[in-house]
Design a protein around this ligand. Sequence first.
Ligand code: PHE
Length: 381
Amino acid sequence: MNPRLPLISAIAGSAALLALGLSGCKSGGGDTIKVGEFASLTGKEATFGTSSHEGTLLAIEEINAKGGVLGKKIELLTEDNQSKAGEPANIVNKLISRDGVVAILGEVASSRSLEAAPIAQAAGIPMISPASTNPKVTEVGDYIFRICFIDPFQGTVMANFATKTLKAGKVAILTDAKSDYSKGLAKYFKEQFAKNGGTLASELDYNGGDKDFKAQLTTIKGAGADAVFVPGYYNDVALIAIQAKELGLGVPLFGGDGWESENLLQVGKDAVEGNYFSTHCSPEDASPKMTAFVAAYKAKYNKTPDAMAALGYDSAYVLADAIQRAGTTEGAKLRDAIAATKDFEGVTGKFSLDAKRDAVKSAAILQIKDGKFRFLETIAP
Ligand code: PHE
């Protein structure tokens, strides 16, 4: 499996289309500033895209209500990639060459950001991922940014959590072999856990979307792990937790930001109770920024925002701030303005972008208690 193969033709196609599309200079002269967003609004990871989109849209509406940027309203063009490989490339091609967007916001899942990033880079259109944590995403090039921390940090945070808080000496790891995010997070976790003197009980794989994890969980049970690290997405994690409980595994499961979804609670129910994961922020944070965001989000959507919603919101504000500072939406100037983002006061905390175009910021650890995500601690970089 090589998910990058179809991309070669996709990129070639985009360059050709762009050469045609740019002649009209559509994005510069119109009466709105067009911003493209690609998100998993449906499909396997539907809650990721829905949350990030809702946060993004709320921010854009607020910005427009205050007059927009450079005297223009921002027009958000959102496309659903159905959580499917192949779609991000199609969509981002379309947004850039057909719609003439000046920037791209998205995606949450690292594999999907990795698919789209080479297209934005080749077109010279800045892309800001709100939530993709795999380091490779921004390594694609100098037009690709993220406003979240990266997995070498998240993996380290969770390895230290395993050692210090869980007091686990021996951990099993269950990785999604189809996800760049999952493979990366497993790797960085392992590196730090070994440094802490921990050992691995076993290391096993599954393919995202699988329904039966009993074989792997039986092996893990036999290997005598103190805890199981599951760096996957919520839909798979919920089933893994249910089957672990059925098999009487009896040790904590813990993971990363991919766990965060109401669906984890609804599907996993008592099987996920007591378990832990790292993420970007908590709506329980009492900062004025978070408090105001939670209130505005609740008023609009009648629910509590999760980390993806907060990151989507911050990504739109970071972009608007950069457009304002650049004084233009021209690609290279906008790129430089985004790169210069410093001490940005976001809902997800105060952060700067580093030389690798990644945000440097704290992680939060949450625990599932009484069917809710409860804030446990903040870990600074
Ligand atoms: N960090 C995950 C990835 O890179 C996506 C994610 C972000 C999921 C935030 C949940 C919350 O794939």
